[in-house]
Design a protein around this ligand. Structure first.
Ligand code: SF4
Length: 75
């Protein structure tokens, strides 16, 4: 895999948002609420990732795991 130094997985990114009752891991779906990416309504599993990664706890909101995601960004 060709990773840049900024790349990281959604599973541990503060811009990943998942359903409130879920424990974030690589197999569940969530949405990306990064300010520049949220317009694309990305639906991503925990082992997805990108170079806008920022280490932190994923956010939680109902509807984040739907396809397409319907939750409002909480950050
Ligand atoms: S797509 Fe990138 S910015 Fe969005 S949650 Fe995943 S790693 Fe974070």
């Amino acid at each position: 895999m060709n990773q840049t130094s900024d790349w990281g997985p959604c599973e541990s990114c503060k811009w990943w948002q998942v359903e409130p009752e879920t424990v974030p891991d690589k197999h569940i779906l969530g949405q990306c609420i990064d300010e520049k990416l949220q317009a694309f309504e990305l639906s991503l599993s925990g082992d997805s990732g990108c170079n806008r990664y920022m280490k932190g706890q994923p956010a939680k909101a109902r509807g984040a795991g739907e396809q397409p995601p319907v939750a409002q960004p909480t950050r």
